[in-house]
Design a protein around this ligand. Structure first.
Ligand code: ATR
Length: 272
């Protein structure tokens, strides 16, 4: 029996991960279950210890606990340490390893689009946890330049340093003539109803030669990043591909099985 789950807050109930992983367990003929767990901030330690005590094969961790779980695992992978967050816990014979599959998930999703970041100029927007993983992935793809823009320039500078990126404020980016071929939205906003200000900022960017826009969010009926890409003749990819790829990588760490990403996408209700 393979026991898996996702540790989050009240958002656990809305997570797409249980449907994805339960479907793949079934496809693989494995008896088991992947459950959502709402964990209070003060219970993160006992929840992680519980994974071990109950013999879970592992778990995903998402907002707001990606940093909080770090002291409670037995070891961290180099990637989790470099990103400063854990999205996957793996139980190997009673030893819990904190890993992070977000960066590799993003890199795989980007590669699937056919866009090659090597030698290209790249702009990442936002300075939260998702930006950290995306910057880590992009820094490894050897872009010609990497810039991170956020409304708080100090947060952008803090994230930029370990990735060798240049920081900018949203104001600075909007005032300049940009030459980025790839823009990645790592803020939590993608719909005009979420932030009319950000929608206007994206629409007003003066960017020449844009080829690709990636959004880490998904499920927005009116996505202004998609609109920005379309208006400039660039391709667009939303966060579903990254979600499916990070799930594929986590599942492989738990079970040792390399399952096609299409099986995870199918669990999200997205066509194969
Ligand atoms: P996560 O950890 O999942 O990336 P987060 O920490 O909430 O989520 O970070 C989201 C990012 O989106 C942050 O950089 C946030 O900006 P601040 O650091 O200034 O809070 C950014 N963000 C959220 N709402 C925004 C908005 N309306 N306009 C611009 N940036 C926004």
């Amino acid at each position: 029996m393979i026991l898996l789950g996702i540790l989050s807050d009240h958002r656990a109930a809305k997570s797409a991960s249980p449907a994805m992983h339960n479907r793949v367990l079934e496809v693989c003929g494995l008896a088991g279950a992947y459950l959502p767990f709402e964990v209070a901030a003060g219970d993160v330690g006992p929840a992680v210890a519980g994974l071990k005590a109950l013999g879970f094969a592992g778990a995903n961790v998402t907002v707001p606990h990606k940093q909080a779980v770090m002291p409670f695992v037995d070891e961290l992978t180099g990637e989790a340490e470099a990103i400063g967050a854990v999205n996957t816990i793996v139980n190997r014979n009673g030893r819990l390893t904190g890993d992070n599959t977000d960066a590799r998930g993003f890199a795989a999703a980007l590669s699937e689009t056919g866009f090659q970041a090597s030698g290209k100029h790249v702009l990442v927007i936002g300075a939260g946890g998702a930006s950290r993983a995306v910057l880590h992935a992009l820094a490894g793809l050897e872009p010609a330049s990497l810039t991170v823009a956020a409304r708080n320039r100090d947060s952008a500078a803090e994230l930029a340093a370990p990735a060798g990126a240049r920081p900018a404020s949203l104001k600075e980016a909007a005032a300049a003539d940009l030459g980025q071929q790839l823009i990645v939205n790592c803020t939590s906003v993608s719909g005009p109803d979420e932030s009319a200000e950000m929608a206007a900022w994206a629409a007003g960017l003066r960017v020449k030669g844009l080829e690709m826009v990636c959004d880490i969010n998904y499920g927005r009926s009116d996505n202004f990043w998609a609109g920005m890409a379309a208006a400039r003749g660039a391709d667009f990819s939303d966060g579903l591909a990254m979600l499916a790829h990070q799930a594929r990588l986590s599942f492989a760490a738990w079970t040792g099985l390399e399952v096609k990403v299409a099986e995870f996408r199918a669990g999200l209700g997205v066509g194969r």
